[in-house]
Design a protein around this ligand. Structure first.
Ligand SMILES: *Cc1c(COP(=O)(O)O)cnc(C)c1O
Length: 398
């Protein structure tokens, strides 16, 4: 297994600003023999060789090497300011690939309000293979400062789902370093447009590229990005061995979506803030959870480490599940669906939907009230979105 020899893609753009790299990173039409401005979709499982063990440009088999996937990987590595990215069939496949690099007995200290699928993977599958998981509240400074001495990996999400808690990344990374542990950050909600954990010293960044990175709700995918060469070699070996990589077609679509990340995030953030402020002053609405509101518990950390506050807004309706059910059913523009991060606005109820697998006690512990509503604010006209919420609120109390 070898690295292809023609991977100069993207270097041309390495010194440009983030917004320029979003548009160009990972693909250099000047270096392409045909001059193709966009990467072709190399739908091939294998590549002819010029002699035994003489692949033409290092390409042997698509699980291992594929030019379309490499274009996406190089783009994501550039945007997160890493050395290497590994794209996977789903966000969960990316999380799984990271855990494959650990060994029985290793202790993973994880944020208690992780994506539900990550919880399930850790507790019901990886624990069977001897990995140990401990869940903590990573928003607490004293927790970060006193991680167990034998921690191997600190694993966290910020902002978290659906409560939008923000972990102080600098404090988390310092706490992990103090006990000789590495740090992994699931950066799905923020994206590199808003925060870059590798720049703050994190070792791994993960994404469900299904969400904002692709941004059009038409592909499921994931990514794992690192700065350190040794960690990159390790992930390369495990990803190839376990076969968690994504298809060339999915890589193409994801890269196509990625090219507008900076513009989409700007609109998601502006409209989400507007909606959060509107909900916050509405007397029919309980608590509003949005890191951009000054009354948010972790607003200071969010201000320090994020360029803007993201497109996700959660809030509580005082009438519990009966009212929140009437509310989501009355929405005409926000579509009732799981997932997030697409150009279209979505709405869902964590308690009976995405977080139904957690016990009521566990939900209560991490702040998921029965009447909690989660919005993925899209890039439609903000007045249309506000009007939709307004009429649905009126409907939900009548
Ligand atoms: C969706 C999601 C995942 C899982 O990704 P899939 O692409 O659905 O496998 C992991 N982490 C977060 C924060 C997510 O939102």
């Amino acid at each position: 297994m070898s690295e292809p020899t023609d991977r100069k893609q993207g270097e041309r753009y390495a010194n440009f600003s983030f917004d320029t790299q979003v548009v160009h990173a990972g693909w250099d039409a000047h270096a392409e023999p045909t001059g193709a401005v966009m990467p072709p979709i190399y739908m091939t499982s294998t590549y002819i060789q010029d002699g035994p063990a003489k692949p033409r440009m290092g390409y042997e088999y698509t699980r291992t090497q594929n030019p379309t996937r490499f274009a996406l990987q190089d783009a994501l590595a550039a945007l997160e300011n890493g050395k290497a990215a590994f794209t996977c069939a789903s966000g969960m496949a990316a999380v799984h690939t990271l855990m494959l690099t650990l060994k029985p007995g290793d202790l993973i200290v994880a944020g208690r309000d992780l994506y539900g699928g990550s919880h399930r993977l850790f507790d019901e599958i990886q624990a069977r293979f001897g990995l140990r998981y401990l869940y903590v509240d990573t928003t607490q400074a004293d927790v970060l400062d006193n991680l167990p001495e034998d921690t191997t990996l600190l694993y966290l999400e910020t902002p978290s789902n659906p409560t939008l808690c923000v972990t102080d990344l600098e404090a988390a990374i310092a706490g992990a370093k103090k006990v000789g542990a590495r740090t992994a950050v699931d950066n799905t909600f923020a994206t590199p447009a808003l925060q870059r954990p590798l720049d703050l010293g994190a070792d791994y960044v993960l994404h469900s590229t299904t969400k904002y990175i692709c941004g059009h709700s038409d592909v499921v995918g994931g990514a794992l990005i690192v700065k350190d060469e040794k960690l990159a070699d390790d992930i390369w070996f495990h990803q190839n061995s376990a076969g968690t990589s994504n298809s060339p077609f999915d890589a193409f679509l994801t890269l196509r979506g990625l090219r507008t990340l900076h513009l989409r995030m700007e609109r998601h953030c502006t409209t989400a803030l507007q909606i959060a402020e509107w909900l916050d002053q509405h007397e029919g609405v309980g608590k509003v959870l949005y890191p951009g509101l000054p009354n948010h518990l972790n607003h200071d950390s969010a201000k320090r480490q994020m360029k803007a506050f993201g497109g996700m807004v959660s809030f509580v309706l005082p009438g519990g599940v009966p009212q929140s059910t009437r509310f989501v059913e009355a929405c005409k523009l926000f579509s009732l669906a799981e997932s997030l991060g697409g150009v279209e606005s979505l709405i869902e109820l964590p308690a009976p939907m995405t977080h139904a697998s957690l016990s009521p006690e566990k939900r209560k512990e991490i702040g998921i009230e029965d009447g909690l509503v989660r919005l993925s604010v899209g890039i439609e006209d903000s007045n249309d979105l506000l009007a939709d919420l307004d009429q649905a609120l009126a409907e939900s109390v009548s």
